[in-house]
Design a protein around this ligand. Sequence first.
Ligand code: BES
Ligand code: ZN
Length: 442
Amino acid sequence: MSTPLEDLFTVLRFPSVSTDSSRRDDTRACANWLVEKLRRIGLTTNLHETPGHPVVIAQNEHRPDRRTVLIYGHYDVQPAEPLAEWLTPAFEPTLVGDRIMCRGSADNKGQFMAHVCGVEQALKEHGDLPVNLTFLIEGEEEIGSPNLKPFLLANKELLKCDVVAISDTGMVGEGKGTFTYGLRGIACVEVTVRGPGIDLHSGLFGGSVNNPNMALARLLSTFHDPEGKVTVDGFYDAVRPLADWERDAWAKLGDPAAETQRLTGVPQLFGEAGYTDMERRWARPTAEVNGIGGGYQGEGSKTVIPRSAFAKFSFRLVPDQDPDDILAKVEAHLRKQVAPGVKVEIELGHTGQPYLMDPYSPFGQAAQNALEATFGGKPALIREGGSIPIVQAFRDVLGVDTLLLGLALPDCQAHAPNENYPVANFEAGIRLNQHLLRELAK
Ligand code: BES
Ligand code: ZN
């Protein structure tokens, strides 16, 4: 018999990096372990194949006289690189003080495993749950959930539910119950600028050919004005302004700008003029370059004109922006910037819709009650800047809202080296699961 913490450590040891094809077997092994675990605790569990990483589904007996709750999580993680910056091994969970250090500890294994262990405990103590429960734990969230919406469409009956609950977001601070009622959406694009057929000696040819690195730099510089506003035509057309009640609720949280500066380590915050730090991150769209490359990257200098350069973009979107509409606008913007002597290739990537719900809906209220019972005090009501691409699809396909009850701390370092998650949050998550299922059953 293993303890909840031992189970979490076991899950954390699988390097289930969904984007890395060399980790495919490890990712599948993680899914297989979950199937076994969920079966052992008494749920009917199956591994469902997709064109990518498999989906784990586990259910108790569904009876017509009670509510049905679907709890979503993702067992895939982001790459651990740069490995040299980890203070402990990236895939060996290590306790440092009260924090579990490991890739995936906060995002998302430590959070969804709290629900698994909460259900295990409730089944052990009471032999039953207050609701019909479905666990859906996928392996492709960190690459945009490309196969999950088709899976929902193909399995509507199996996944039928009254509401979805997810712990894959943050808390505003230690011990502060937090209900997230909005997420930003996302749209990704990769741009390649191609010049000469081969890398050229910059002395022999420099001055007579356009340098793809420079052409790319010019292109990138057309995406924002100096005040940080995105300059793609029509980019803000569909942006829904902040509601008055939100402005009031957020004002009560205090201005996190100083804390944001501390967490990020930047010399000064920078963003769209006219908006606060909170508004910029939770309610305004962005254009970011996540990766950029071209030419010589090694030690010393190398006098070369590279044959190509690339940039990987992602756009964070807010209600009511549509990712496909934004991609079309971005493509039109790129096509307008004709640079002489190079060709621009555009590859449209994955997308996810933004999400917004009424936190005072009956289920929203139930979630808030569960947070209050777990953490004490009224929960903070926030939106988040991150994305969980499938959330709006739950509404579109299954017709239900998603309750986001985050358990990660602001300094959890998700996606970065030294990702961490407090043991206390794992334990609180186990209690939260039990309060939540009871509240949702009412
Ligand atoms: N758990 C995060 C999303 C998140 C984190 C939401 C914190 C709110 C607060 C999730 O695993 C994630 O990282 N999603 C990706 C999705 C993308 C790759 C399509 C993201 O937001 O970058
Ligand atoms: Zn993530």
